[in-house]
Design a protein around this ligand. Structure first.
Ligand code: SAM
Ligand code: SF4
Length: 473
């Protein structure tokens, strides 16, 4: 069966990959085809968009027809209302805090051949490296010295080098030997049993991007290796949840296919998880395709513009008000600063995308970094924008996850918790990791952001000055 009905005409050049049996298509994607294309040809009803915005502002999830109406929106005036609503929804749920983290790349030795990635097997110019346990600890220690408390472990896919025993040893060693408090992971999908082992060793969020939900494009991009199995990747989150992960991170690699279609599909996937488990993604990332050394993707027809990236962040924020929207250093500083104000709630900073990239210059990186500012510079910028930088890791360790986190967020109870923990974590950062000049500026931010009658907080600040650490609620 041909799937031309679901592909914009300009994509039909991948025609030979269109021939996918209907059975496989349904097994993989089962959940959706909603009427987005039809919506796009209809004239927008502004009052309908205002109703959708009002629903989000009351912190209710949007349903698929509502999301598809936002995806079909063209009117710039209505878009500015959507952007404004995204800011307000973020403020209602999380206040003004933005949580910071860094990725730690464990390996660039990969058996897959994803066309867009610098780590792909076919990249013969790549200089390959897998960290030893000691090297992983060295990288994590250096990041901890810089003030990070939360790291995202990232790795290529290699069944021998990236074994479960290796992951367990890395996670265990970093927790035991460094001041890093929470490790999240972005790894290839695994079995329920292996997810259980990851959970048992203390991993916070399991993150995996579907890359593209569009099967013909998926096949074209992932011709070889285990990643060629669309259905296995598609069902990764079900296995993670079955194994006990309540915090799961999702995303599509923006630029592989028509972004409207992808965002709709990701939302449909999320809704299916919510219906089945009572909670959906804890975070949604917005990775946008970047140039990579050794990439085979020369022709790039679905490039996502800065303006469209802003729309995507706003749609995720409105569609799932409680979700953490994650923006990485793939993006350049200008657009990142705009996204900070628009609904992003977690951002990486000072990142390297190659194994040993922090301690040494690192070997082949996965893709080019857009924002090369250090953690300190990004923290200062966030404060300058009137937002609150946070290095908090409390929720994962206090059991605020899954349905419970979602309920707290929707009832606006997270906002106060986040603000207090942001202040406490910033105070620690000021004491441990910054220069005198930055210290003075951030002390001023603390003073401004500390509620007037909060004696409790002043006491806690004093305890931190006296050397106590990891005070949180
Ligand atoms: N290897 C595992 C996988 O593919 O799922 C996990 C780690 S992979 C290093 C993390 C993510 O980086 C991928 O899921 C993909 O979305 C993203 N990525 C790969 N190449 C990229 C590029 N050229 N630009 C931006 N993001 C890219
Ligand atoms: Fe390997 Fe992941 Fe890169 Fe694909 S995206 S080549 S699986 S590291």
């Amino acid at each position: 069966m041909h799937l031309n009905w679901i592909m914009p005409a300009k994509e039909r050049k991948y025609n030979k990959h269109n021939r996918i049996s209907f059975g496989i298509y349904c097994r993989g994607i089962r959940f959706f085809y909603f009427d987005m294309l039809k919506q796009r040809s209809n004239k927008t009803d502004p009052s309908r968009i205002m109703d959708i915005i009002a629903k989000s502002l009351e912190l209710h999830d949007l349903n698929l027809p509502e999301i598809s109406e936002l995806l079909a929106l063209d009117d710039p005036d209505l878009w500015s209302k959507v952007f404004d609503a995204a800011r307000r929804v973020k403020e209602k749920v999380y206040g003004n805090r933005i949580v910071l983290f860094a990725p730690l790349y464990l390996s660039n030795e990969c058996l897959n051949d994803c066309l867009y990635c610098g780590f792909r097997k076919g990249n013969k110019d790549a200089v390959r490296k897998t960290l030893t346990i000691n090297e992983a600890v060295q990288e994590a220690s250096l990041l901890a010295e810089r003030g990070y408390k939360r790291l995202l472990l990232v790795a290529s896919e290699h069944n021998k080098l990236m074994s479960m025993d290796y992951f367990e040893k890395v996670v265990d060693a970093i927790y035991k030997e460094t001041d890093i408090r929470i490790l999240h992971m972005n790894f290839a999908p695994m079995s329920v049993e292996n997810f259980r082992r990851l959970k048992a060793v203390g991993v916070g969020v399991y993150q995996c991007f579907q890359e593209t939900y569009h099967i013909p494009t998926y096949r074209y991009m992932h011709e070889k290796g285990s990643k060629a199995d669309y259905a296995w990747r598609m069902s990764a989150m079900d296995r993670a949840v079955e194994a006990g992960f309540e915090d799961i991170g999702m995303g599509v690699l923006l630029g592989l296919y028509d972004w409207r279609w992808e965002v709709g599909a990701l939302m449909a996937h999320s809704r299916r998880l919510i219906n089945k488990y009572g909670f959906g993604p804890h975070t949604i990332s917005v990775p946008r395709l970047q140039p990579a050394q050794g990439s085979r993707l020369n022709d790039w027809p679905n490039r996502v513009s800065d303006e469209d990236l802003k729309k995507i962040v706003a749609i995720y924020r409105l569609a799932l008000p409680y979700v953490g929207v994650v923006v990485s250093t793939r993006e350049n500083p200008d657009i990142r600063d705009e996204l900070f104000l628009l609904g992003a709630s977690q951002v990486s900073a000072g990142s390297k995308t190659s194994p040993l990239g922090y301690v040494d210059h690192g070997d082949t990186e996965q893709f080019e970094i857009g924002d090369k500012r250090s953690l300190e510079e990004v923290i200062m910028k966030i404060a300058e924008l009137g937002l609150m930088p946070s290095l908090c890791t409390a929720c994962y360790r206090e059991g605020r996850s899954g349905e419970m986190f979602r309920d707290l967020a929707q009832n606006q109870a997270m906002k106060g918790i986040c603000h207090t923990n942001a202040l406490l974590s910033l105070k620690e950062y000021i004491e441990d990791s910054v220069s005198e000049d930055v210290k003075n500026k951030l002390e001023w931010v603390l003073k401004e952001e500390t509620p007037k009658n909060s004696n409790g907080l002043s006491d806690k600040f004093r305890l931190i000055e006296e050397g106590e650490r990891d005070i949180h609620i």
